[in-house]
Design a protein around this ligand. Structure first.
Ligand SMILES: NC(=O)c1ccc[n+]([C@@H]2O[C@H](COP(=O)([O-])OP(=O)(O)OC[C@H]3O[C@@H](n4cnc5c(N)ncnc54)[C@H](O)[C@@H]3O)[C@@H](O)[C@H]2O)c1
Length: 256
């Protein structure tokens, strides 16, 4: 346990996969949780599961890429939960396709969700953290935000941007007691994104997750709880002298 009892966290994209595991883990640590996700039905299922921990859970349906949705939705969560100690920018999408052939809308939506979304949500929450002189932001980047590969150009560029925004924001808000870090997951299974990616990869004749996992030093793919454990640590005071970092959670050095 990381001493998060009584804190309040907003997790974007907590309806599925990694975000849901993070929200569950922070609730198990004793945090009240605000969920912001565009999939209302699945978010309600997450909220029901999280409530079994005994913590308060509030959810708002909305799209992180839309500034007005974020203003309204994050505003509603903050009114309901009070001041926010932890923000996890997790909502993200992945579109596979070569830079020369991909559809314009896939490029635009990737940046809209992965980059604009993080920008809008952070600007809605961090000023209140600054006013409280305390807070921790954890952004979900990717190993592809450190090393770019073919067929994922838009996604890689968006996740490089997440790493850059993490560094820049940490430099801007550190003097006010607010820390900003990121985690860079590797190949994580049991998520909606992974299931959808696998279908796309099969269609394009690319290696499956099971095959790719064979080259991971720890010889297994990651699971959402591997990421949730690191997020709980970074959110806590035990990471009190860590800011501006992007921590890889990949099972080891990994060449895809
Ligand atoms: N699964 C992996 O292997 C992997 C690897 C590296 C990084 N990541 C990152 O981890 C994060 C979570 O991925 P996941 O695998 O759990 O995916 P997922 O598809 O299972 O979950 C993503 C969540 O984000 C929500 N979401 C998507 N677009 C949104 C929008 N515009 N507004 C609000 N909510 C939105 C979805 O409804 C969903 O609940 C993403 O940022 C992803 O890029 C995943």
């Amino acid at each position: 346990m990381y001493g998060l009892q009584g804190r309040t966290a907003i997790v974007t994209g907590a309806a599925h996969g990694i975000g849901r595991a993070i929200a569950m883990r922070l609730a198990a640590e004793g945090c009240d949780i605000g969920i912001f996700d565009r999939d209302q039905k699945a978010a309600e299922a997450s909220a029901t599961a999280i409530r079994t921990t005994g913590r308060k859970v509030t959810l708002v349906a909305g799209d992180v890429s839309l500034k007005e949705d974020v203003r309204r939705g994050i505003g509603a969560l903050m009114s309901e939960l009070g001041s926010i100690d932890i923000l996890v920018n997790n909502a993200g999408i992945c579109r596979i396709g070569s830079l020369l052939d991909m559809k314009d809308e896939d490029w635009t939506s990737t940046f809209g969700v992965n980059v604009d979304g993080l920008f809008h949500v952070s600007r809605a929450v961090v000023p209140q953290m600054i006013a409280c002189r305390s807070g921790s932001v954890v952004n979900i980047a990717s190993w592809m935000g450190k090393s770019a590969v073919a067929e994922y150009g838009a996604y890689c560029a968006s996740k490089f941007a997440v790493v850059a925004l993490t560094q820049a924001m940490s430099a801007e808000v550190g003097e006010f007691g607010v820390r900003v870090n990121a985690v860079a997951p590797g190949l994580i299974v049991n998520t909606k994104m992974r299931d959808e990616s696998e279908i796309d990869r099969q269609r394009q004749g690319l290696a499956t997750a099971a095959d790719r996992a064979k080259s991971i030093p720890l010889r297994r793919p990651g699971v959402p709880n591997d990421i949730a454990n690191a997020v709980a640590f970074l959110a806590s005071d035990q990471a009190g002298y860590i800011t501006g970092e992007t921590i890889g959670i990949t099972g080891g050095l990994w060449n895809d």
